[in-house]
Write a protein that binds this ligand. Structure first.
Ligand code: ZN
Ligand code: ZN
Length: 180
């Protein structure tokens, strides 16, 4: 068996539930949402809080707990482990089919002029994905990732969700708010 280590962000107050399976600090609704998130994560599971991570406030809380109805809240980065077979394709070593690439201290070092230089190794696809810098936000993203040019990103959907809830309120409609 081998372990693939990942990182996921979830609400900060889910820590004892995610890491220790102790749901006592959560409301019933929160516990349900936390269990759903854990199920969605399978076969990976949260094993600890990321090294040096501490709760941080975000106004995009809905991205991490969409059913909460909260706009802002504290989130935390968690370490996830997924146990995989040694033969899992994702365990295959990073390789370059265009040059005699060397792995030096976990960093892929391509030969000068290799077209894959600066590309990101995609473990799932077992291939190199070229990167580009987004002109709007300056982030490095996959070459085919529209990033800020995307018609709708998560954040826009999120704010749209808030507007819809406000509209519902103005119309005198019922807006379900979580307990607690
Ligand atoms: Zn290369
Ligand atoms: Zn961008």
């Amino acid at each position: 068996m081998a372990i693939i280590v990942g990182e996921e962000t979830f609400p900060a107050n889910w820590a004892s539930a995610l890491v220790n399976g102790d749901f006592s600090a959560l409301t019933l609704l929160e516990a349900d949402r936390c269990r759903d998130a854990m199920t969605a994560l399978l076969p990976a599971r949260v094993v600890s809080i990321s090294d040096g991570a501490s709760p941080r406030f975000t106004w995009n809380f809905g991205l991490y707990d969409p059913q909460s109805g909260f706009d802002g809240g504290e989130v935390l980065d968690y370490v996830t482990h997924e146990f995989v077979n040694e033969n899992d394709p994702r365990m295959r070593p990073v390789r370059c089919d265009r040059c005699e690439m060397l792995m030096i201290c976990g960093v892929a070092c391509h030969e000068r002029g290799c077209p894959n230089m600066g590309a990101r190794w995609d473990r799932e696809a077992q291939d190199w994905v070229r990167q580009r810098e987004c002109r709007e936000c300056g982030c490095t993203v996959d070459e085919d990732d529209p990033c800020c040019s995307a018609p709708y990103d998560d954040e826009e959907d999120f704010y749209q969700g808030i507007e819809e809830r406000l509209d519902a309120l103005e119309d005198g409609g019922e807006v379900s708010e979580p307990e607690g």
